[in-house]
Design a protein around this ligand. Sequence first.
Ligand code: ADP
Ligand code: MG
Ligand code: ZN
Length: 615
Amino acid sequence: MKKMIRTSIKNLLIILLAFAGIIVLFSSFYSPAPQEKNITLNELAADINAGTVQRIVVQGDTIHVTFTDNSLGTTQKESDASLSDTLHNYNVDQTKLIKIPLEIQDNSGFQFWAGILFPTLIPLIIIGLFFWFTLRQARSGASAAFNFGKSNVKLFTPFKDRITFADVAGLSEAKQELMEVVDFLRNPKKYLDVGAQIPRGVLLLGQPGTGKTLLARAVAGEAQVPFFHISASEFVEMFVGVGASRTRDAFMTAKKAAPAILFIDEIDAIGRERGAGLGGGHDEREQTLNQILVEMDGFEKEAQVIVLAATNRPDILDPALLRPGRFDRRVVMDLPDINDREAILKIHSRNKVLEKTVDLRPIAVRTPGFSGADLANLMNEAAILAATKGKKIIDQEDLYQSIEKVLLGPERRSRVLNQKEKEITAYHEAGHALIAASLEDADPVHKVSIIARGQAGGYTLKLPAEDRYLRTRKQFLADLAVTFGGYTTEEMVFKDLSTGASNDLSVASEIARRMVTKYGMSKFGPITFGKTQELIFLGKEISNERNYSDVVAAEIDKEVEGIIQKAYALAKSVLTKNRKALDAIAHELMEKETIEKESFDALIEKFKIIPQAIV
Ligand code: ADP
Ligand code: MG
Ligand code: ZN
C-alpha cells in the first residue's frame, strides 16, 4: 500500500514536470521579443531617411526593425502591398533603403505554425500524457487490462540463479525422462535418422511441493536451448478470448526460437475437462484449452519445440490433452522416500550454518509424507528458530522442533486453559497415547503435548516406523481405536464428554466408511460402493455418485457402525486394563505439558504393557 502511494506521488511529480516543460516551450513562442517598441510607418520612413535603421525583418505583415543603437521596433504594413511599395509611398530615399539588409521570413515557417498549433495541441498532449500515466499505473497494478493478447511468456535466463539437476534431490526417474527429452532437442538428427518422432509434450504430475516447478527450471538450466515459461493461470483473464490469443502468442514465440522448450505451469487452471462444470466452467477456459490443442497439433513434424507442463490435478485434465501427440509423456513425481528426504534436507542446508554434529538422517526418518517443499520449509523454520533463540548455529533440537511446527502449525502457548480444561485435555491426549502404545498395529508415539498447536488443543504425534505405501485392515482398526482414545477416556474418567473429540470422530467415521465402501474390508467382501471421482494420490474425493440401492445403503451404514463399535470396544478395554498407566501419563502431562518419546517410553515401561495384536 505504502509503495503504491509512493509510486503515484512519483507519477504526479512527473506529470507536473512535463507540464512545466510544456509551458516553458510554449511561452518561448509567445512571449513578445524584449523591448520592441511600436512605431508607425511614418516614423520608420523617417528613420530610414535619417540612416538610423540597421536591419529590417518582414514576417507576414509584421515588420521588425533593428536600429543602429540596437534598440528594436515593430510596425504593421498593409496586407497586399509589398514593403518597398509601401515605403515608397512614404517617400523613403531609395538609395538608403537599398543599403539596409532586408529579410523576408515566410509565414509558413515553423514558428508561425507552432504558434497556431501549440495552443490546440497542448490540451491534447496533456490529456494524452494523463492517459499514458494512468495506463502505466493500471498495467503495473493488478489488471493487465490494456496488455491483453500478449502472452507474458518469459524467457528463462539460465545464467541468473541457474538451477541444475544437482539442485534437485531424488526424482531420478523424472530426471532420466527429461534428460532424454533435452537430448532430443540437442541432437534431433540422431533421433530423426532412425525414424523416431520428437515428443511433443511432457506432463509432470505430482502433489503440490514435490518439485515440479523446480525440476522444470533445472531442465532449463541443463537444456542449453531457450526455455520459455508461463503460468496457465495467467492465460485466464477477465476478457473472453484473451487466453486463446495469449496461447497463440506464447507458442509463436517458442516456435520462433526453436529448438526450444515451452513450460506451462499449473496447466490444470485451463486444462480442466471441458464441460465438467467445475469451478464455474466458463467458455474462456475452453477456448484457451482448444487453442493449446490446436497449437500442439499444428507443430510440423520436425518442429523442435517441446511443451512441458505441470499439474497436481491430472484427474481433472481434459482427456484430449493426454492423447498421443499431445502430452503423451507423463512423469509422475512421488513424495520423497527416506533417502530422498535426507538428500533434500542436505540440499537445503547448503546455505545454512549447521552444528557439525547435526545428523539429518533422524530428521528424514521422522518426516514420512513430507513433500520437498515441506522439507525446505522445515530447514528454514529451523534457521528461524535458531535465530530467535539468539544462536548463530542450527542444532539438532532446532530441527526436531521444526518438524512439529511444519506438521501441526505453530505452538499457541498463549491459549491458557483453566485447571479443568487442562485436566480434560491431558487425559484426552493420554488416552490416545496409551492406546497407541498398547496396540501392535499402531504407529509408535513420538510426542504427547497439551500445548495448543494450530487448530488442535493438544496433540499426540505418532509416526510410522518406516515409509509405508500400503495400509492393512488391522492398521486401520488400530488407528480407529487410537482415534477413539480421547473420547473414550473422557467418558470413562469424567463421566462426561467434551467438544474436544469432534475432529477425532469425523476422522474415524471417514476411515470406517472407506473400509466398507472402498477397500472391501467388511462382510460385503471384495466389492466397492459408489462411483467416485477420486484424486488417486491426493486421497481426496471430489464427487460421489451412488450406484447401489437403498437397502444396500442401510447395510453399509450398519457395517460402518459395526467397525466403529469394534474399535470403540477395543479402546475401552485397553484403557480399563491400563487405568494406572493412563493416570500416570495424564499427571505427567499436567505437570510437564509435553512428553517426548524417550520419557514416554520410560513411563510406559514401568507398567509392563505388552502391545496386543488385533484379531
Ligand atoms: P511444485 O511445483 O511441485 O508444487 P516446487 O517445485 O515449487 O513444487 O517446489 C517447492 C520447493 O520445494 C522448491 O523450491 C524446493 O525448494 C523444494 N523442493 C521440492 N522438491 C525438491 C527436491 N526434489 N529437491 C530439492 N528441493 C525440492
Ligand atoms: Mg509449482
Ligand atoms: Zn483427540
